[in-house]
Structures are given as structure tokens and as C-alpha cells.
Design a protein around this ligand. Structure first.
Ligand code: NDP
Ligand code: 8X3
Length: 252
């Protein structure tokens, strides 16, 4: 039987690259996101380029009921999930706290923290029942170091770091692996979302240096997910060579 990977936020960027990487390597894939047409496009790409089966689930990770209903509705033969990649997430806005928009904060907290918790709360009991599983949380360098105007986004990713560490303790006795992958700058739809659709500002973020690609992060996720049973990677911090930390870039 093939292994199964569930990837949240697979409609673009890191999640999409991760879905393709696992599919190329013989996993059946459960892909999730809010944009149905993007899920359909990815499903047909996977089906054309690999022998993997794909299950599409369209839901908003911020909606607890939708998350539970959708994940509980997975057919029994799809419930033997080997790897859950908690990737769905976003930054919205880049402001000081005193000038910040409360709606932006709520979107980030609800998606990056509560969404990850809702998905994990539903999938972990299945993994425990199966007697195996691996949760890989996509954190960020923003969850390791604070940066100017990053406030709430950084806080959500510091929370992902803390939740990864505590989750590892919670499921220790069940033999379930828990890993965090913390990337630096990756060129995806991330900045377009952060700057609310302003493509020019979003593009400028990556000017003058070579950022990571979604595929680079997907490789790290895949590496962590495919080690011997007795080996767990607690975390990987993966950066562009031209980025030393959140605030230090070598731009030419
Ligand atoms: P993208 O914007 O390209 O992808 C984000 C994904 O998350 C999309 O598939 C989106 O799907 C999904 N998503 C967002 N909100 C929701 C929601 N409420 N419900 C369900 N799915 C949702 O960005 P990235 O690929 O860059 O981001 C992926 C993860 O990587 C995020 O957690 C991000 O914080 C993290 N990260 C990104 C870095 C970067 O520089 N790009 C660096 C470090 C970490 P849809 O819109 O269809 O719902
Ligand atoms: C995304 C990387 O540095 O823009 O998590 O916050 S950063």
C-alpha cells in the first residue's frame, strides 16, 4: 500500500511544491485549500505526472466545523495518513502594533495558529489509532527572530514553534514524529497576500537576491519525512544563501 501525505494550503507556493514532491515519490496525496479551481488544477497535474491518487478537500482552516467535517469525511482507506504537513498560513500587513489593523491580526492568528490546531486536533487521533504518523509544521524564520513590523506574524510563528515542541511531547508515547521546518524568504504568493494584492511591492521584496523556491522547502519537508523510523528531525531552519537572518540580506 502507498503512503499518504496530507498537505494543507496546497493551492500555491510551498504547499503545492510539497504535494508535487511527495506525489513524484510515490505517495498518494490529500490536498487542501480554499480555492477549488487551484485544487482541481493541481490534482490533474499530479494525475498526469505521477501514478499517485489525489483527494481534494476544499475548506477554510479558520472554520473549526468545516475542518472537522471535511477531515472526518475522508474515506476510511485515506485515513492511514503517514504525513501531515501543516502548511496553510499567511502574513497580512506590515505595520507597527500602534498602527496595525485588528482584522489583519485576526486573520493571521486564526489561520496560522488556530487553523493548525484544528487540523492537528482532528488528524492526531487518527494517527494515534493507526499507530504511526508524522506531523510537519511549516514555521518560519519569523518564529525564531523578531523583525520590525513583523509583530503579529512573528507571534503566530513563534506559536508554531512552541506548538511543535509541545506536540512532540504530547504524542511521544505514541511514536508519532513531529518536526518544524522554518524557512527564510521564499518567493510564492506570500508577499502578494501580505501586501493585499499589490504585485509591485510584493515583487520588490525579492529584488537583488535569490530567494528560496517552494521546491527548496519541499525538499526539506520530504527529507524530514523519509528517514528511518527511529530518527526524527526536530527542526530545520532553511534560508536563502543571501539571507543571514530576518533583517540581513546581501542584495546586489
Ligand atoms: P502562499 O500564499 O503561496 O500559500 C499559502 C497557502 O495557504 C495557499 O495554498 C492558501 O490556499 C493556504 N491558505 C491560506 N489561508 C488559508 C485558510 N484560511 N484556509 C485554508 N488554506 C489557507 O504562501 P507560502 O507557500 O509562502 O506559505 C506557506 C506557508 O509557509 C505559510 O504558513 C507561511 O507562513 C510559511 N512561510 C512562508 C515563507 C515565505 O517567505 N513565503 C517563509 C517562511 C514560512 P487558499 O488561498 O487556496 O486557501
Ligand atoms: C516568511 C518569512 O521573513 O518574511 O515567513 O517573515 S518573513
Amino acid at each position: 500500500m502507498k503512503k499518504i501525505a496530507l498537505i494543507t494550503g496546497a493551492t500555491s507556493g510551498i504547499g503545492k511544491a510539497t504535494a508535487l514532491k511527495f506525489a513524484e515519490n510515490n505517495y498518494d496525496i490529500i490536498i487542501t485549500g480554499r480555492r477549488t479551481e487551484k485544487l482541481e488544477e493541481l490534482a490533474s497535474e499530479i494525475e498526469k505526472t505521477s501514478n499517485s491518487k489525489v483527494l481534494q478537500l476544499c475548506f477554510d482552516v479558520r472554520n473549526k466545523q468545516e475542518v472537522e467535517d471535511s477531515l472526518q469525511s475522508i474515506p476510511e482507506n485515506w485515513k492511514k495518513i503517514n504525513v501531515l504537513v501543516n502548511n496553510a498560513g499567511l502574513a497580512v500587513g506590515l505595520n507597527t502594533i500602534q498602527e496595525g489593523e485588528v482584522d489583519d491580526w485576526e486573520r493571521m492568528i486564526d489561520t496560522n495558529v488556530k487553523g493548525l490546531l484544528y487540523v492537528s486536533r482532528t488528524i492526531l487521533p487518527m494517527m494515534i489509532e493507526n499507530g504511526f504518523g508524522h506531523v510537519i509544521n511549516i514555521g518560519s524564520i519569523a518564529g525564531k527572530e523578531a523583525y520590525a513590523n513583523g509583530n503579529v506574524y512573528c507571534a503566530t510563528k513563534f506559536a508554531v514553534d512552541a506548538l511543535t515542541k509541545t506536540m512532540r511531547i504530547d504524542v511521544l508515547k505514541h511514536g508519532i514524529k513531529v518536526t518544524a521546518i522554518h524557512p527564510g524568504a521564499v518567493e510564492t504568493e506570500f508577499s502578494l497576500v501580505r501586501f493585499k494584492g499589490n504585485a509591485e511591492i510584493a515583487k520588490n521584496v525579492y529584488n537583488g537576491f535569490t530567494p528560496l523556491k517552494g521546491e527548496d522547502v519541499a525538499d526539506a519537508v520530504f527529507y524530514a519525512a523519509n528517514l528511518p523510523l527511529h530518527v526524527n528531525i526536530n527542526e530545520i531552519v532553511i534560508m536563502p544563501t543571501a539571507q543571514a537572518s530576518t533583517g540581513y540580506f546581501h542584495k546586489v
